[in-house]
Design a protein around this ligand. Sequence first.
Ligand code: FES
Length: 162
Amino acid sequence: MDHSDKTSPSEAKPMGRRDFLTTLGWGALFASIASTGAGMIRFLFPNVLFEKPTRIRVGRPDDYSPGSVTYLESSRVFILRNDKGFRAMSAVCTHLGCTVNKDAGSNSYSCPCHGSKFDENGGVVRGPAPKSLSTCEVTLAPSGHMVVDLKSFVPPNHYFRV
Ligand code: FES
């Protein structure tokens, strides 16, 4: 029977209290440096909320024929043109924010989510929508393009004239 010990005496020696605490200390130091470094790298990428611009160019007045209702999907707004001028009416339902649709063959609008109905000026005909569709301010940029401000509201009887 072979009684020889294949491990060297240094390998077999258990870690002493001092070695253990030294290793623990170095480990804590490196963990601290790593977490500080990770935090500093995180600062290079701040939390920025990129929102859509609220002022949008919607083309030139001549792009809209008289009597037309044009839906701009990217901005969820209807551009209405009649003999009084231009109106930009929000297509965002005032109930829970679904997009309303223009009713075919009619000047009314309907919300597909819960059945609200709006008249040609965006007034509520049938709930549960609590208030009218918003009318956004329309201005003319120096370039000749109309600009709709999706956060600036005007009364529904306000028309933009070129
Ligand atoms: S979101 Fe339009 S009726 Fe509910």
